[in-house]
Design a binder for this molecule. Sequence first.
Ligand code: PEP
Ligand code: CO
Length: 459
Amino acid sequence: MAEWSPSSWTQKPIKQDVIYEDAQGLQDSLQKLQKLPPLVTTQEIINLKKNLRNVALGKAFVLQGGDCAELFDYCSQEMIEAKVKLLLQMSLVLIWGANKPVIRIARIAGQFAKPRSSPTEVINGVEMPSFRGDNINGFAADPVSRQPDPSRLVSAYFHSAATLNYLRASLSSGLADLHSPLDWGLGHVITPSIKEQYAKTVRAVKDALRFMHTVGIDKDRGFETADIFTSHEGLSLEYEQSLTRLLRHPARPGSTTTAPETGYYATSGHFLWIGDRTRQLGGAHIEFFRGIANPVGIKIGPSMAADELVQLLDVVNPDREVGKVTLISRYGAGKIATFLPGHIAAVQASGHIPVWQCDPMHGNTQSTPSGVKTRHFTDILSELKQALEIHRAAGSFLGGMHLELTGEAVTECVGGAGGLTEDGLGERYTTFCDPRLNEKQALELAFLVAGFYREESEE
Ligand code: PEP
Ligand code: CO
């Protein structure tokens, strides 16, 4: 394999490229980014990698979720807290259901760049570049704000930093303290049946904690706080390259390996993934991803051939580290049964051991007759349930789920116990990209998935 460097991707064909007219401005922004400190540390990245190894081996579960497109505007106390609380609540429910530790990864603090099906769109009769995410151009519907602005890359860094700062500070100040889970306010929208189920889970957790307190084993770090890792699509390679650093690997106590002491870490977030539109063998994104030490995700949909999938794993993970790669499958409820079994079989035959994660969102997007982009709760649930069953039948393990959700009471996906209908979508439809599960729908989904796991273990 040819030599890799943080810039070797520039020699490869690239999809979803951004053309900056202001070449000098771009260089200035990238130089600034190169000087700024890493957003995350090697120790944190390696901790996540170890956790994901456990997921790949079936010993833990991973919950990943957040906005489709994060905006700079979402960098506020309320919105960060709402998202963190929701992920914590969902993970509590999943721990109870799967009876396994749950690794939490948020699509946050950097999930700005968006791939688009079309580079331009026509709004009110005017053709203009599509919105590519807050780190690239502005959403406002005029050709000027839609021009790629390189100073947004620096802004993305500072918004990520501020978000991450508040995330870390609130977690270390007790936002996730398991001793008081009832303080994880459920919001005003929860239905009585979900509230009751949630209260039951909380009671079970409280009983367990009381027991541990009585026997004196609750003093370790871990009950007062929780880890939440950050993730985003590694789409803007200029940005990722600028934050990729040659760093010393964290000390591995007792390790006697002769492995190199340093490696390249993408320090913009703990976990980066490659989208379904940019994962071509021989393309720029795969080239960049093959050189970084972080755990990485690859989205796989119906257009992925089984042999291509194995070749991708060989390129991105030549050392076959267990759990280094997370395969994020997103076929759609009507297609998963056609594609997932073949993909699992090919990967099993190759000897790679990835994390298998189901993204039940991106294959289930549809438009209402009036043209509103939505997703049906029943399709989302159906893809998840099928994923669980297909993995189980193949002797494989569904290690996690990848969701688009928000802590706000939005009306973007149809269905769920709250009975949101297509007519109700207009009420609070605030996404700037794909439709997200609201707090109530997300928690309900967590309960239903937890229920599948409990049914499995009771069989
Ligand atoms: C996304 O995760 O928001 C996304 C664009 O997904 P995909 O690459 O699977 O279409
Ligand atoms: Co999306």
